[in-house]
Ligand binder design. Structure first.
Ligand code: ADP
Ligand code: MG
Length: 243
């Protein structure tokens, strides 16, 4: 007698397996990385280039594992009332350092009307970093990355905008597929992770892009009934009374 697993059960089984396997793979990788570092210090500098490549590839494998784990686990994450703006302010120096190395600039425009939102801080940080990094990777020098928030009547919108290469319509259709990448060093997991994060937040993520001009990702956080502060703070009006 074979019991059919339903979708949810199957997903959580995959998540558990992924957690176990990635843990087992990560440990030996950390050991290899440590010894490589030591070997690099004791080796002639002519080999430095090779060590750098090996370490970078190891780090890449590690980030694939991390992204895959977040994607596969699809766990129910804890939502808390948080300030989206605080998260953005915390991440700005990080993004700025990255942009600065590339000769790019960052602009942040925050709508003061935006209330606290029910969200998982760790996931939204990851989402903003993923979108920000994608934007920077799509731009050459002098590009500008803009993070902007806007408070609407039924939710909050976050825009991550770049002045980069843009995305062809054919590629736009595939962006959110796991492992879709056009980069030699890409994992193709960043956007599919962003999509699953926004699904967990009952929100939306969409893209608007013009080739040669740039790309804007729009992330939408809906106001929900379990999110009292957003009801209260919205343009100073009280929610309608119900009896
Ligand atoms: P990765 O960055 O590892 O390639 P992502 O899932 O983050 O994976 O992105 C998938 C693909 O979507 C990228 O390889 C790139 O082709 C495209 N893309 C994502 N963001 C942008 C952007 N801001 N501008 C242009 N192309 C983008
Ligand atoms: Mg990416």
């Amino acid at each position: 007698f074979r019991k059919e697993l339903n979708h949810i059960e199957r997903l959580s089984l995959v998540g558990q397996m992924a957690a176990g396997i990635t843990h087992e793979i990560r440990n030996p990788m950390a050991v290899v990385r440590g010894f490589l570092q030591l070997m690099r210090e004791k080796s002639p500098s002519t080999l430095d280039h090779y060590y750098r490549i090996v370490l970078e590839e190891l780090d890449r494998a590690n980030s694939i594992i991390n992204d895959f784990l977040s994607l596969a686990q699809n766990r129910s994450v804890k939502m808390e009332l948080c300030s989206l703006h605080e998260i953005i302010k915390e991440l700005t120096p990080l993004l700025w350092a990255d942009a600065n190395l590339r000769g790019q600039s960052i602009e942040v425009m925050l709508d003061e009307e935006v209330p606290e939102l029910l969200l998982n801080q760790k996931e939204i940080k990851q989402l903003i970093l993923n979108l920000g990094r994608n934007g920077m990777e799509a731009m050459d020098e002098k590009g500008q990355l803009t993070l902007e928030t806007k408070c609407g009547t039924d939710g909050v919108e976050l825009y991550v905008k770049d002045t980069g290469a843009g995305i062809s319509p054919a590629q736009q259709e595939r962006l959110f597929e796991p492992f879709f990448t056009t980069k030699s060093q890409g994992t193709g997991l960043g956007l599919s992770l962003c999509l699953s994060i926004m699904e967990r937040h009952s929100g939306k993520i969409s893209v608007d892009s013009e080739e040669g001009k740039g790309t804007t990702f729009t992330v939408f956080f809906p106001f929900t009934q379990t999110d009292p502060s957003s009801q209260r703070l919205r343009s100073g009006t009280l929610p309608p009374l119900v009896d």
